[in-house]
Design a protein around this ligand. Structure first.
Ligand code: 5GP
Length: 115
């Protein structure tokens, strides 16, 4: 087995993080460098390095990721005011951590387009 990803280590409690939600399949914790008043990373426990590595077998993991974003947005109290979901993929997408994750951002009016 290869080395655990940074996010797997956070999920397993080896690296501290402020978790806001966890179930059997996903873990959500606050980004260490928040880009908005609410900035949470939602991470599938199944390690898929990046979105382009997902296959048809990951359909449920990907669908559940968005439904978990809904759930976490409600928990954070931003479901009504609105929020943004971002998945960075690869170099030009600005992906830093090779463990698929969704950024949930909210708590202020977000600009568009992103830089
Ligand atoms: P990416 O650029 O891969 O889409 O996003 C990775 C995110 O993980 C970045 O927003 C970064 O701030 C966050 N991050 C990196 N290391 C840590 C860490 O050790 N703890 C937490 N909570 N977030 C981290």
């Amino acid at each position: 087995m290869g080395e655990k990803t940074l996010f797997s280590r956070i999920i397993d409690g080896e690296i501290p993080a402020e978790k806001v939600y966890e179930d059997d399949d996903y873990c959500a914790f606050r980004d260490i460098h928040p880009a908005a008043p609410e900035h949470v990373l939602i991470v599938p426990k199944k390690v898929i390095p990046k979105l382009t590595d997902a296959t048809a077998a990951d359909r449920d993991v990907l669908g559940g990721l968005l439904l978990t974003a809904n759930k976490v947005a409600s928990l954070l109290g931003i479901a009504e005011t609105g929020f943004r979901c971002v998945i960075n993929c690869g170099k030009d997408g600005g992906q830093e951590v090779d463990h698929l994750h969704l950024h949930l951002l909210g708590g202020r009016l977000l600009g568009w387009p992103p830089g």
